[in-house]
Unconditional design. Structure first.
Length: 85
């Protein structure tokens, strides 16, 4: 089973949200349906960055690392690296 670390961008206020999931489409739907307390008032969202992992443990560690950076500049840099912009 694959696990994903993802970055969402709020289309309402341009903020980012970092999370992990085993079913990325289902998780995005939960965010956009207002079922996630942390993002309920910032929807709608789009996925702007993903990383795939083989285990939930690896994905959680990466999610924690990204969240610990607390830096929009770092997230923007990651996205630019992946897209080549």
């Amino acid at each position: 089973m694959a696990y994903w670390v993802y970055v969402l961008r709020s289309l309402k206020n341009d903020s980012y949200y970092i999370g992990y999931a085993s079913d990325l489409e289902r998780r995005l739907k939960q965010h956009n349906d207002g079922l996630v307390k942390a993002t309920k008032y910032k929807r709608p969202f789009e996925i702007i960055y993903t990383e795939q992992f083989d285990s939930g443990t690896e994905a959680r560690k990466r999610e924690f690392l990204l969240k610990s950076k607390k830096s929009r500049k770092y997230i923007d840099w990651l996205i630019a690296q992946k897209t080549g912009v």
